[in-house]
Ligand binder design. Structure first.
Ligand code: KIV
Ligand code: NA
Length: 276
């Protein structure tokens, strides 16, 4: 089944959970599409996972377009969302619409995602008016790292909880068709999911959300080191890749690879003629 804004909305209405993952390349996109994942986000997390930056702030519109176009070529049924990077929509409504348009026209995304609540509703309205579906993103918004002074759970106290609930209602009213809730206490995320008619997609927000998203390198355990509380490792792909690289290294050096079965043959006469 081809996933669209309509089918994703219907999944919420039917009480069916929506599965989403981040993805940044063609090969992985094919695998996720074949696995039946409902939606892919080409997140600005690519700055960290694919480009090695410390945070998402340096990511450009061109970076997102490049990776989104690669992913789009691998998808048959999975819905494709592209992230709007830092400073591609905060600066003006004009910039927001123009850059959202580029993610659709050049990246072949079906929707765009941007961070913020009431403060970006003007941008959401304008992008939606241009017939580009918008996913909002509230709670912990990584592009605000310098304003937040670090990453922590959002909405534990009454003031911030109220603000997040109001942001959720505001982005729905502005026309967002979906909203990401990042690092929000489970019960607050569940309450928001009940209050809204559009689907909520949680990351570190509990299973009361209408769907879930994870960064794929996190869920495949491709990094050694830090594991956020909300991440579950569904496989140990990092270890498996490292094992294969080590085996390859050893076999190259021991001449175990390539073996006879990997070689192309030539008539002995040809070699003899060359040796003369
Ligand atoms: O960039 C990203 O990967 C995201 C998800 C974690 C929601 O915004
Ligand atoms: Na993001």
């Amino acid at each position: 089944m081809k996933n669209t804004v309509t089918t994703l909305q219907k999944m919420k209405e039917d009480g069916q959970k929506i599965s989403m993952l981040t993805c940044y390349d063609y090969t992985t996109a094919c695998l996720m599409d074949e696995a039946g994942i409902n939606g892919i986000l080409v997140g600005d997390s690519l700055g960290m996972t694919m480009m090695g930056y410390e945070d998402t702030l340096p990511v450009t519109v061109e970076d997102i377009i490049h990776h989104t176009a690669c992913v789009s070529r691998g998808l048959k049924n999975t819905f494709l969302v592209a992230d709007m990077p830092f400073m591609s929509y905060q600066t003006s409504v004009y910039d927001a619409v123009k850059n959202a348009g580029r993610l659709i026209k050049e990246g072949h995304a079906q929707a765009v995602k941007l961070e913020g609540g009431a403060s970006v509703c003007k941008q959401i309205e304008a992008i939606v008016k241009a017939d580009i579906p918008v996913v909002a993103h509230i709670g912990l918004t990584p592009q605000s790292i310098n304003a937040f002074g670090g990453f922590k759970v959002q909405g534990k106290n009454i003031d911030r909880a109220k603000q997040i609930l109001e942001d959720a209602k505001a982005v729905e009213k502005a026309g967002a068709f979906m909203v990401t809730l990042e690092c929000v206490p489970e019960k607050l995320a569940t309450l928001i999911s009940k209050e809204l008619s559009i689907p909520t997609i949680g990351i570190g927000a509990g299973n009361g959300c209408d769907g879930q998203i994870l960064v794929y390198q996190d869920m495949l355990n491709m990094f050694s080191g830090f594991k956020p509380k909300f991440v579950k490792h569904f496989a140990n792909i990092g270890e498996e890749m490292k094992r294969a690289f080590k085996d390859y290294d050893q076999e190259v050096k021991s001449l175990a690879f390539p073996a006879q079965e990997h070689n192309f043959k030539i008539d002995d006469q040809v070699i003899e003629a060359l040796e003369k």
